[in-house]
Design a protein. Structure first.
Length: 479
């Protein structure tokens, strides 16, 4: 997860010369024709590799993002106590939208999609507020909020560059730290269960299986070659599932109960309902996702040697908005954001072709038509998935801490911003029923610790760090 300090990029940028290639110009819509009459200048982003390279590298991107892709449906289904059939649906709908979004970002349609080697996945950031809405107001209200937020994202895409000054590292770092902290209990409940009165709650066997899975993930990070370290979570989950099978924890009876091939349902959970407070709580989270997206796009731009104009950034934001809207109003699933995990693959492999990630999108969409994929995910023991989730959610918190490392804490104002935001946000998380005596509308909004924490951080940052109007030199003024 990479957060930018600023959004850069003029409308047309001269690219740097690479050894062995002609100089090329990058425009908001891709490379411009060369001046020598020989057609478009060579650009690694727009090169089309051979079929076998497309498949191999595309599959690699899929494997890196797969653990994250399947974890979000399981966490949401577990927290909302959904049936196995609903979980299978969520997995297939998620794969379909991840694939479609990846195609949008990679290939682009009109002004939707940045046309870079990027992939889209379900957002961890949106889990906590979605669960609060789903548990308090129902799934239809939850998906109504997701739909509206997705459409609003499309509408405000051209304004993203102007928003960035309200989200310096002190705000973003605090927000991401809060997200990680608030998500860890959701992973923990997958390990021990959700009902303290149940006979199997906190079973030593379940906790042991989770510990072995987490150990496998950590050993993967430590021992695997650099190229394979991004697969450590997936490999740890496979190892945990194998151990579960050997110890009698794995139940495969639900596999093969549905049709071999099918299309994910439309409006699986019913027609969306709309609630203003629910929409507002998700809108606050979506702002964070947009800032995160800006960081991902600029990070990939640096890797492939292309600066990102405001127009291309807006195109990337529209793609995330389109997929999120579909995730609320058509194939009901989650909020979506462009992933950061795959940036590392670009750096290691130096395969910059956007047609590789487009292949990843096709592979993801293909998997969505086979319900058995969802059934296999549903069969993975919850302690295994919970252990992987805790590791990934903990990583999110560490990313927040790393961003806060950029903050000047010698400035007392920054200390106050972080302290106040953390304190207010953690109140409903650490003390159950803290706002139980408040009116329903206020309780629903305040119970989302992340949303309240973001509001506190943004408002205090404006209070303490409000910039004075810039004085334009006389020589620069328009006559």
């Amino acid at each position: 997860m990479t957060i930018p300090s600023a959004i850069r990029g003029p409308s047309a940028i001269r690219g740097r010369r690479r050894p062995g290639t002609a100089e090329h110009t990058v425009t908001p819509d891709g490379p411009a024709p060369s001046n020598d009459g020989g057609g478009p200048a060579p650009n690694p982003v727009d090169e089309v590799p051979s079929a076998w390279k497309l498949l191999v590298y595309g599959l690699q991107h899929l494997l890196v993002m797969y653990a994250s892709t399947i974890t979000v449906p399981v966490v949401v289904a577990s927290a909302l106590d959904l049936s196995q059939q609903d979980l299978v649906y969520l997995v297939t709908a998620d794969l379909l939208l991840c694939g479609f979004g990846t195609l949008l970002q990679s290939l682009g349609i009109w002004r939707v999609g940045v046309r870079l080697p990027m992939v889209i996945g379900a957002s961890y950031t949106g889990i906590a507020p979605m669960l609060i809405i789903g548990q308090g107001s129902g799934l239809q209200t939850m998906y109504g909020a997701v739909l509206v937020v997705g459409l609003a994202t499309i509408a405000v895409a051209p304004l993203v560059g102007k928003m960035m000054r309200f989200f310096p590292p002190v705000v973003i770092g605090t927000t991401i730290l809060l997200i990680g902290i608030q998500l860890i209990p959701a992973g923990a409940k997958m390990i021990v269960g959700t009902d303290p009165d149940a006979s199997g709650f906190g079973s030593p066997a379940a906790i042991g299986l989770a510990a072995v899975t987490a150990l496998a993930v950590l050993l993967g990070y430590r021992l695997l070659p650099r190229l394979l370290r991004s697969l450590a979570v997936l490999i740890g989950m496979i190892a945990g599932t194998i151990i579960a099978a050997a110890t009698g924890f794995l139940d495969l009876s639900g596999i093969g109960d549905t049709q071999a091939i099918s299309f994910p349902d439309l409006l699986h959970f019913g027609a969306p309902r709309f609630d203003v407070l629910a929409i507002c709580s998700l809108a606050i989270i979506q702002i964070v996702l947009v800032v995160e997206l800006a960081g991902q796009v600029n990070a990939v731009g640096e890797v492939v040697d292309q600066k990102i104009s405001d127009r291309r950034l807006a195109a990337a934001v529209r793609a995330d908005g389109v997929v999120t809207a579909l995730g609320g109003g058509v194939f009901q699933s989650f909020m979506y954001v462009t992933f950061a995990q795959n940036v590392g693959i670009l750096t290691i492999t130096r395969m910059f072709s956007r047609y590789v990630t487009a292949t990843t999108g096709v592979l993801l969409m293909s998997l969505a038509f086979f319900p058995v994929v969802g059934e296999i995910v549903a069969a993975i023991p919850r302690p295994v998935l919970g252990a992987a989730a805790v590791v990934m959610f903990g990583t999110i918190a560490v990313v927040g801490i790393r961003i806060l490392g950029q903050v000047d804490f010698a400035d007392t104002a920054n200390v106050i911003i972080v302290a106040a935001a953390l304190g207010v946000a953690l109140l409903p998380t650490t003390v159950s029923g803290f706002y139980s005596q408040f009116p329903d509308a206020a309780r629903q909004l305040l119970s989302s610790g992340v949303a309240t924490g973001i509001c506190v951080a943004v408002l205090l940052n404006i209070l303490f760090h409000a910039r004075r109007p810039l004085k334009v030199p006389v020589s620069d003024r328009l006559s």
